[in-house]
Design a binder for this molecule. Structure first.
Ligand code: SF4
Length: 366
C-alpha cells in the first residue's frame, strides 16, 4: 500500500500530483439516500473541450505535475447509460491515459452490465491502475442480506476483471442519519467501519454529495458537516485506520503536493478537501481557464489562498490555529466563507490524533 497514496511519496517528492474528477456519466436507476447528483445532466466532452483538456494535461506534465487519478462519475458506472460509449471513445481513452489511475464507483446492486464493462476495461485500460469504490448506504449496515449482495457482486466483478491489484475504498453519502432507524450506531465510526470493512481495504470516505445541490442552505451545510466532525472527534480510531484517515482529512503538509479539480460540462471547478473532496458547481468555485496552462491554474490557487488568509482573522478560531496553513491549502476557509460560517468545520481533536500517529484513542486526546 505504501506507493498507493500520493501522500506517501512526500519524502521524495519531485513533482506535484494532479487529480481530476470527471463528471461525465449519465443514468442511474438507484435512489441512494444523500445523493444529489443530477443523473442525466452531464454533457459529453466535445472535441474542443477534449483538445483544451489535452493541452492542459500536457502543460501540467511539462510543469512538474504528474496526472495521478482520473475519477469518473458521478453515477454508478455499472448502471450508467453512457459508460460503454464513454469508455470506448478513442478521445476518452487517450485522455485517461495521461493518468496513472482511473477511479470508478458503484453500488454493486446490479451487475447485469458487468460483463461488458469488464471487457471494455480489460481491452482499453489494462495498463492503467484501477480503483473501484463501493457506495454503501449507512442506514443498511445492519442488513446482512444487503451486505452479502454487495460482497457477492464485488467478487463476481473482480473475477470478470481478472486483475488482482484493483483497490476499493468505501464511500458513504452524508445525510441526516437521525432519520434512519439506527442513529446511535451511526455516531460510532469504529462500529460502522467494523460492519463493512470486509468490503474494502481502507477506511470509510464520507461523500458530501449535497454540495452538488445549488439550493443547499447554509444551515443544512453546517448541520451535515458538523455531523461528520463530531463523529470523528468522538470516535475511537485504531492506528491502522488513522493512517488512512490522515490521508482523507488530516493531510497537513501532504496536501501541498496534490491538487484536485472537478470537471463538468466544459468547466473546471475548485475542490476543497473537507474529509473528502468537496464537489460543487456553484459559480464561485469555477476556475477560469482560457490559456489551458498550469500557470493560470496556479495563479488561481494563489488568489484563493490569499483570500483565505485575508478572512482568517474574521473566523472564530482560525487566526491562532496550528492547522491554518493546512486548512487554507485544503480550501476549508473558502468553504466557510461560501456557506457563511465562522465556525471551525474540522474535527480538530481527531486531526491532532491522526497526525501524531499513535496517540490514540481520539477520546483521550485533547
Ligand atoms: S478551520 Fe478549524 S482547523 Fe482549520 S484553521 Fe480554522 S480553526 Fe483551525
Amino acid at each position: 500500500m505504501d506507493a498507493y497514496l500520493a501522500s506517501r511519496e512526500l519524502a521524495e517528492a519531485s513533482h506535484f500530483y494532479l487529480n481530476i474528477n470527471f463528471e461525465i456519466l449519465n443514468g442511474c436507476k438507484f435512489k441512494c439516500r444523500g445523493c444529489h447528483v443530477e443523473k442525466n445532466a452531464q454533457q459529453p466532452i466535445s472535441t474542443d473541450e477534449f483538445n483544451g483538456l489535452s493541452k492542459l494535461l500536457q502543460n501540467f506534465e511539462q510543469s512538474l505535475y504528474r496526472p495521478f487519478i482520473a475519477f469518473v462519475g458521478p453515477t454508478d458506472f455499472l448502471s450508467a447509460d453512457n459508460f460503454v460509449s464513454t469508455f470506448e471513445s478513442p478521445e476518452i481513452i487517450k485522455l485517461f491515459h495521461h493518468f496513472k489511475r482511473v477511479s470508478l464507483q458503484t453500488t454493486y446492486l446490479d451487475i447485469s452490465k458487468a460483463e461488458l464493462a469488464a471487457k471494455i476495461l480489460k481491452e482499453h485500460y489494462s495498463e492503467i491502475e484501477l480503483e473501484i469504490n463501493i457506495v454503501v448506504d449507512p442506514a443498511r449496515i445492519m442488513d446482512a442480506s444487503y451486505l452479502s449482495i454487495l460482497e457477492k457482486n464485488k467478487m463476481k466483478f473482480m473475477e470478470l476483471l481478472e486483475r488482482d491489484e484493483v483497490r476499493t475504498f468505501g464511500i458513504m453519502n452524508v445525510y441526516n442519519y437521525d432519520q434512519t432507524k439506527i442513529p446511535d450506531l451511526l455516531r460510532d465510526y469504529d462500529f460502522m467501519h467494523q460492519r463493512v470493512e470486509h468490503l474494502f481495504e481502507t477506511t470509510i470516505d464520507y461523500n458530501f454529495s449535497m454540495g452538488r445541490n445549488k439550493d443547499l442552505s447554509n444551515e443544512e451545510f453546517l448541520d451535515l458537516t458538523f455531523r461528520i466532525r463530531d463523529l470523528f472527534n468522538s470516535s475511537i480510531v485504531s492506528d491502522d485506520k488513522a493512517e488512512y484517515l490522515r490521508f482523507s482529512f488530516g493531510k497537513l503538509t501532504d496536501s501541498l503536493i496534490e491538487r484536485q479539480y472537478n470537471y463538468r460540462n466544459g468547466k473546471l471547478y475548485y475542490s476543497p478537501l473537507l474529509y473528502e473532496r468537496f464537489v460543487t458547481f456553484k459559480d464561485e468555485f469555477e476556475v477560469p481557464v482560457t490559456q489551458h496552462t498550469a500557470r493560470e491554474i496556479e495563479e488561481y490557487e494563489m488568489k484563493v489562498q490569499l483570500e483565505q488568509y485575508e478572512v482568517a482573522s474574521s473566523m472564530d478560531e482560525c487566526e491562532s490555529c496550528t492547522f491554518l496553513g493546512s486548512c487554507v491549502d485544503r480550501g476549508i476557509l473558502f468553504l466557510m466563507n461560501t456557506y457563511k460560517t465562522k465556525k471551525c468545520l474540522v474535527a480538530k481533536k481527531a486531526l491532532f490524533a491522526v497526525n501524531s500517529m499513535g496517540a490514540l484513542p481520539i477520546n483521550n486526546h485533547e
